[in-house]
Design a protein. Sequence first.
Length: 139
Amino acid sequence: PYPAFPRVHDVKDKVFDETCPNKYWRVRSNAILTLKKQGLRPYPHKFHQTMSLSEFSDRYTHLSEGEQHVDVVSVAGRIQKKKGDNVNVCYDLTGDDSTLAVVADGREWERQNNNVYGTVCTGDIVGITGSPGMTKMES
């Protein structure tokens, strides 16, 4: 089981005004301090990637819509876009001159008592482990 990641703040990314970088820094710094006080490691320095985002794209581009591969892989990148709620969570992850859409089932996170969605923001660098798949495209 994974450690529980509490909702550090309910501030949406859109609240941060680009003209006020000090506000963004202050809110994010307080969030990091809150995680540290709760005994969590907001900066785990030993995340092991099994492949880069560009390698991931090259290797799994053949998957058809709705298909999921059995491999378990680990990738890392910067969150460029975040959308969804605690049920369906979507991130656009960038790095290595590639972009990867990450879709996760928030219900699985809740089952594992792991609420990461409430703690990460656009611009954060994250490591993600999971099985590659191609989502069904919306009409």
